[in-house]
Design a protein. Structure first.
Length: 401
């Protein structure tokens, strides 16, 4: 089996896990435990907080020890909290404290799996990096669609079988990633002063990103996604499903599937279209259109219209995500890809805890509909500033795209 196919299999397993987790976590906290919007935000913040603390360290460790090794170990460890949640559900011991513990452990694993996996992409790429990025993105969100079909059966079969599927899929992903033949890091530093070396490499990755106008643009819009889009997705939308539409696990799964289908569809169209000459311009335009779709979703239309807006939002996200990852992969120096991709993930996931808390607070104060509109306005403001700065940089001849 080719290295790229093994990579895609391992990636697909993680995103099936992520898709099941996204719906089940929101359903258990929001609908089963009936927590307030602010507590939902705190629970989701606990899921994202480890990324803020450990994502850059994870990227440095991927450069130091090899992305495959770090990804395999971290994904194997992620099976432990899944089994713990399975036990709590089976024994009737589910509580908010259990969900917080699960969130922290899964978030910790995510902080190491994500940069390690992204850093491996260049080593297995076939047919050009942009095409490989688009293909990987399409596979990821197609896998999430499968996950949403599985989790949509929760109301019928119960939560325990669904969580069991999540554990099995994670195990299969570990096997696929472990079989992937990739070269070890060219240079292995001694173990003495490990944390000093890691801190130094993290600083190098940060400086590399900040010195590049395209990569800096991606990092800033990633922070805005974490603040305005991520919180809306994981906090405000589940609260809206409960408080506005009186929904169930199947409704949450359907909305997540609509979003993921939009992502997968536009990724497929991008793969068919070929190379995009101006990825930075495409990135900003797609995010702006996505913000408009999210804002419309906040006006309280009937559920089918709400779902259509979430689908359009996802479609714009598919373009934006592919372009953002392409920019980072193309601009990153060869020996810093793990660190650069870690900063890419960090700029997105690191803002996520604050976005989750902000979304929960706004939904508590204003209701979920107005919270979505506020998030859309915040994102459009950041994009307008980035567009102006990007145009001035292009006029000065600093960077194209």
């Amino acid at each position: 089996m080719r290295p790229l196919n093994l990579y895609l299999a391992g990636t697909a397993s993680w995103f099936v896990n992520h898709g099941i987790q996204a719906v089940m976590f929101a359903w258990l906290v929001t609908i089963v435990l009936r927590e307030s919007p602010q507590m939902v935000g705190i629970a989701q913040m606990a899921m994202l907080l480890p990324a803020l603390l450990f994502m850059l360290v994870g990227g440095s460790m991927a450069d130091r020890y090899g992305g495959r090794r770090v990804a395999v170990v971290a994904q194997a460890l992620s099976i432990v909290p899944v089994l713990g949640l399975l036990l709590a559900l089976a024994s009737g011991q589910l509580s908010f404290a259990v969900m917080i513990g699960y969130a922290l452990m899964m978030g910790f694993a995510q902080a190491f799996v994500t940069p390690a996996r992204d850093g491996l992409l260049n080593q297995v790429a076939e047919g050009g990096i942009q095409r490989t990025v688009v293909r990987a993105t399409m596979i990821q969100f197609s896998a999430m669609l499968i996950a949403f079909v599985v989790v949509g059966q929760t109301d019928r079969v119960g939560a325990v079988p669904v969580i069991a599927v999540q554990a099995v899929v994670l195990i299969l992903g570990v096997i696929a990633m472990r079989r992937m033949p990739v070269a070890a890091p060219a240079r292995r530093q001694s173990d003495s002063g490990m944390w000093r070396d890691l801190a130094s490499s993290v600083g190098t990755g940060l400086l590399t990103v900040m010195r590049s106008v395209p990569m800096r643009t991606v990092a800033i819009q990633n922070v805005a996604i974490g603040m305005f889009f991520m919180g809306s997705y994981i906090v405000t939308i589940p609260v809206a499903v409960r408080d506005i539409y009186d929904g169930s696990a199947a409704d949450l799964a359907m909305l997540n599937a609509a979003n993921a289908f939009g992502l997968a569809l536009t990724s497929f169209l991008l793969m068919r279209a070929g190379h995009i000459r101006r990825p930075r311009r495409a990135l900003l335009l797609a995010q702006a259109l996505g913000a408009v779709a999210l804002g419309i979703a906040g006006f309280g239309f009937e559920f089918p219209v709400f779902a259509a807006c979430i689908f359009l939002w996802g479609g714009c996200g598919g373009i934006a995500m592919s372009m953002a990852r392409t920019i980072m992969q193309e601009q990153a120096p060869y020996d810093q890809r793990g660190r650069v991709m870690a900063f890419f993930s960090f700029s997105l996931m690191g803002a996520g805890p604050f976005g989750a808390l902000l979304a929960g607070t706004l939904a508590e104060w204003w209701g979920p509909g107005r919270a979505l509109i506020a998030a859309a306005c915040g994102m459009l403001t950041v994009l307008a500033v980035l567009a102006v700065v990007s145009r001035r940089s292009a006029e000065r001849g600093l960077e194209g795209g």
